[in-house]
Structure formats: C-alpha cells, structure tokens
Design a protein around this ligand. Structure first.
Ligand code: ADP
Ligand code: MG
Length: 256
C-alpha cells in the first residue's frame, strides 16, 4: 500500500455528513468551543490542528456525544445528536473514534476486542463477526496477532487494532484524536499509513494531528483552532505554505 505523493481530487466529496452550527461549550468559566460552524462532507478528510487547550478534543468528543454542548446544533447525516438511549448507541456506531491512548479491553484478545461491538450492537453471529474482524485485522496488518492480548502488542499494533475495532461498527465517519502522539517515533508511520489508506478508500475522517506529512498526503482541508475558535481553514498546501493569521503563523513556526 503506497499512497505517497498521491493527490486527492475534490470531486470525491459528497453530501454534508457532519454539521455543526453555532456550537458553544463551557467548562465552568472557560469558553472551550466558541460559535463553531463546521461542515464535513461525505468522503472528506479534515485535519484539525492547533495549540494544546484550543478545544480540539472537546470538538471530537462533542461530535461523538461524549460531551454535551451548551447550545448550537450538531447533526450526523442529517440527524441531530440524540440525548440518550438506543438512538445514542446507534449514533456511537455511526461515529467511530480512535483516541491517543488505545483504549482496548486489556483482558480480551485482539479478536474479541474487534468482535464485541458488532456482536452486541450489530447483532452479528460469532462466526460472522470473527470472519469480518479477521478481514479488518488483515487490512490494518495485524491479523497474525488476533489471539493475543493487547499488552503483548506494540503501541503501533494496538492502535491499528483500535482502528479495526472502530471500522467493525461500519461507521459513517471516523474521528481520530491525536492517534499517534503516544507512539514511539518508529511506529507512527505504520498507523498513519493505515489512515492514509482509509482516506483513499473514501472514509469520511476528522483527524486531530500535528503530523504534517499525513495532512499533506490525505487531507482535503485543514482547520486551525485557537482559543475554542476556528481561526482559519484552507487546503493543506495553502495552509502550510501561506498561513494568513498570526496565530497560525506563530503555531507553525513552533512545530515545523
Ligand atoms: P485540546 O484537545 O485542543 O488540547 P481540549 O479540548 O482538551 O483541548 O481542552 C480545551 C480546554 O478545556 C482546555 O483548557 C482544557 O483544560 C479544558 N477542559 C477539557 N476538558 C475539561 C473538563 N472535562 N473539565 C474542565 N475543563 C476541561
Ligand atoms: Mg486534545
């Protein structure tokens, strides 16, 4: 799988899939999301970058309804986020999430980690869930680790299992919150390669990352956040070579 240097035509973008309108969120006195308007279209890969504390994780958690918001609306595939119950479980299946820490079930095998959700939520039989899980584990390059426990795998392998586990729910959109920042440097690319592959296969993705190589290879759009606001957005090419705001220039000078 070599996607190096591939460019992405924008004609692959479909209908709006994730829509945020005037979304606000406070933690006490702290205004963490300020009037966020954002639309992500089907097949789009959006990279979110910005300084620590700018609200990137809160944004992801709000989209996945792990956090409530104070006002504004968030819609997934046209449907407003449900508050609770069965509808919320369905939403969680539609919106996959991969965290910085791999969050695998420590006492379950890799295979069980991937089959658990599909058996419970999608009501697949054990055999069907396992067949599909093995295909997904193969796709992320860890099929031969299926019988092991997470602790027996490297960080990069665990994160790839976490991606397979999310994919097993057949999400409409995948959220990645700094998926490689807890990894040793030599394992970063094996995870990014899987994500680039997903992007090229047409998955809609919102990716919080400071990995510029990934953004350049896979992103349709870069959103720069600071102080809970979307300060600037552009194509990766435009953003990295010609940032407009002082906040973005300052931020890029520190990480590039
Ligand atoms: P980022 O992911 O960009 O680093 P976060 O979304 O994690 O930013 O956090 C934005 C701000 O909200 C930070 O100041 C953080 O300390 C604060 N924050 C995040 N989660 C909570 C919480 N559960 N309670 C209180 N403050 C929080
Ligand atoms: Mg964060």
């Amino acid at each position: 799988m070599d996607h190096t240097g591939a460019t992405r035509p924008t004609s692959h973008l479909g209908a709006p899939l994730v829509e945020l309108e005037s979304v606000n969120k406070h933690f006490g006195d702290l205004h963490v999301l300020r009037d966020i308007d954002l639309t992500v279209r089907q097949g789009e890969v959006l990279v979110v970058i910005g300084p620590s504390g700018s609200g990137k994780s809160t944004l992801c958690r709000a989209i996945n309804r792990l956090e409530t918001v104070d006002d504004g609306t968030i819609r997934i595939d046209g449907q407003p986020l449900p508050a609770e119950g069965r509808e919320l479980a369905k939403l969680r299946a539609d919106v996959g999430m991969v965290f910085q820490s791999f969050n695998l079930f420590a006492h379950k095998t890799v295979l069980d980690n991937v089959t658990l959700g599909p058996r419970k939520v999608r009501r697949l039989s054990k055999a069907d869930a396992e067949a599909e899980a093995l295909e997904l584990l193969d796709r992320v390059g860890v099929k031969n680790q299926a019988a092991k426990l997470p602790a027996q795998l490297s960080g990069g392998q665990q994160q790839r299992v976490a991606i397979a586990r999310s994919l097993a729910m057949h999400p409409k959109v995948m959220l990645f919150d700094e998926p490689t920042s807890a990894l040793d440097p030599e394992m970063i690319n094996e995870v990014l390669d899987v994500m680039v592959g997903l992007a090229h296969d047409g998955m809609t993705m919102i990716v919080v990352t400071h990995e510029m190589g990934f953004a350049r290879k896979a992103a349709d759009r870069v959103v720069f956040m600071a102080d809970g606001m979307i300060v600037e957005q552009a194509t990766p090419e435009e953003f990295f070579t010609n940032p407009r705001s002082d906040r973005a220039k300052d931020f890029l000078s520190k990480i590039l």
